[in-house]
Design a protein around this ligand. Structure first.
Ligand code: ADP
Length: 411
């Protein structure tokens, strides 16, 4: 007897059993019956032709009917449904067919059902991969949109704040002129000093916001000129001397090979980057600590090391601190002072330093054994800068090239 003939004998009881087991109430029962009939008919075709492919369209339709919520809730798999179908088939074969016929039918069904599992698994895997790829793409688009709008906001806010700040600056100078001519000169100059400091700090913050949006938009333009690292460092030591004294710290800058050589860089920007790193070293080191600046000459590069005896940085934060606003999480630590111990700022200092150094073709990274306010493991910031012996810009190159013969017409 043909296998398909045996199967046809269990069609009705199987349909009855499987719809009962799969349906959850009356709703959808009619569709379920249609689908199960379709499955059984295709099973007969597969058995008669010896080609399990007959079942593929039914299985794919079932898999495709899963909704996004099913996929999200990991309810995508149809394996439990196939298990029930298989179980019901075996049950009905055992009940309605004699033993020898039942054995033949079940062994004939095994390869077909194996094929069904395989088809479902492959299809579901493709759907899942597609779903999560789309989800990742969406998250990544959303994140870049968010970053874009954050950066646009900083840029607009900074420019909008700059205008009133310039007005305040102008009017307060005029006010100072008028008031210092009166009897209360001393008191006024003390008050005005406070106002000027506030204006200066606000100006620095606004400029930082403008710089970070220039860096974000890859619009930071460098003015290459002859630069000496040791001169920049000397200037910074003089500038920060007052703060170092306030904190009873020592700031030592060692001479190192290459630091006295002329290179081409944007002096002001480089000074800004180094200032940010040095003020951090002072800020995150307790009173009485040390900051040591040293370096070495490498092939084509100069390395500057800024080492402090401060609180150090946890390994998981050593990359994050170079991202803008990385210190925002710790708002309670924010301080209006430039060098207060642990007085966190807006978290723009290191991202700006990184942006400036990368625009020069250099880099910056940090090494630290971790964060610990008791054992003070300290941090070492490494700054790598190309030893550019010629300015990248052609006009500048001509200006600074000693072998260059003047092209000016002779008198
Ligand atoms: P902030 O304005 O908060 O100082 P920065 O971008 O300059 O922003 O630094 C980001 C964060 O990196 C700081 O908030 C601080 O947590 C950490 N950090 C920077 N330099 C040091 C240092 N030398 N020692 C310990 N932590 C540091």
């Amino acid at each position: 007897m043909y296998l398909s003939e045996s199967l046809k004998k269990i069609r009705e009881p199987w349909l009855e059993g499987i719809t009962h087991r799969l349906s959850r109430g009356e709703t959808g029962r009619a569709t379920l019956v249609v689908e199960m009939e379709r499955f059984f008919d295709m099973l007969i075709q597969a058995v008669e032709s010896g080609d399990p492919g007959w079942l593929k369209p039914v299985l794919i339709d079932w898999a495709a009917s899963r909704t996004e919520t099913d996929i999200e809730n990991e309810e995508i798999t149809l394996s439990p449904v196939l298990n029930l179908i298989m179980d019901e088939l075996v049950d009905k074969v055992n009940h309605h067919l004699p033993d020898d016929e039942a054995v033949v039918v079940i062994s004939g069904l095994i390869p077909i059902l194996y094929y069904s599992y395989e088809q479902i698994a492959q299809h579901e895997m493709r759907v899942r991969v597609g779903y999560f790829t789309a989800l990742l793409e969406k998250v990544s688009t959303d994140l870049s949109r968010l970053d874009r709008s954050k950066s646009d906001f900083i840029s607009v806010a900074a420019h909008e704040l700059k205008t009133p700040l310039t007005l305040i600056e102008g009017y307060s100078s005029m006010l100072e002129d008028i008031l210092t001519k009166t009897d209360q000169g001393n008191q006024v100059s003390m008050l005005m000093d406070g106002i000027h400091k506030g204006i200066f700090r606000l100006g620095v913050m606004i400029n930082d916001m403008i710089d970070i949006s220039l860096i974000d938009n890859q619009m930071l333009s460098l003015k290459y000129q002859p630069t000496w690292i040791n001169r920049i460092l000397k200037g910074l030591v003089a500038e920060l001397d007052e703060f170092v004294d306030d904190r009873q710290q020592t700031l030592v800058v060692q001479d190192f090979p290459g630091s006295d050589e002329m290179i081409f860089a944007d002096t002001e920007r480089l000074e800004q980057a180094l200032r940010n790193v040095l003020t951090n070293a002072i800020k995150y080191t307790p009173d009485g600590g040390q900051v040591l600046v040293s370096g070495r000459l490498l092939s084509g590069f100069i390395e500057i090391r800024v080492e402090d005896s401060g609180i150090g940085i946890a390994p998981q934060d050593q990359l994050v601190i170079f991202e803008k606003f990385s210190s925002l999480g710790d708002v309670k630590l924010h301080s209006s002072s430039k060098i207060n111990f642990k007085g966190g700022g807006p978290g723009l200092g290191l991202p700006i330093a990184k942006g400036i150094l990368e625009a020069h073709g250099g880099s910056i990274w940090v090494e630290s054994d971790g964060y610990n306010e008791d054992t003070l493991p300290g941090s070492v910031f490494h700054i790598l800068l190309p030893m550019r012996k010629h300015p990248p810009d052609e006009q500048m190159a001509r200006l600074f090239d000693p072998s260059h013969k003047s092209t000016l017409p002779k008198e």
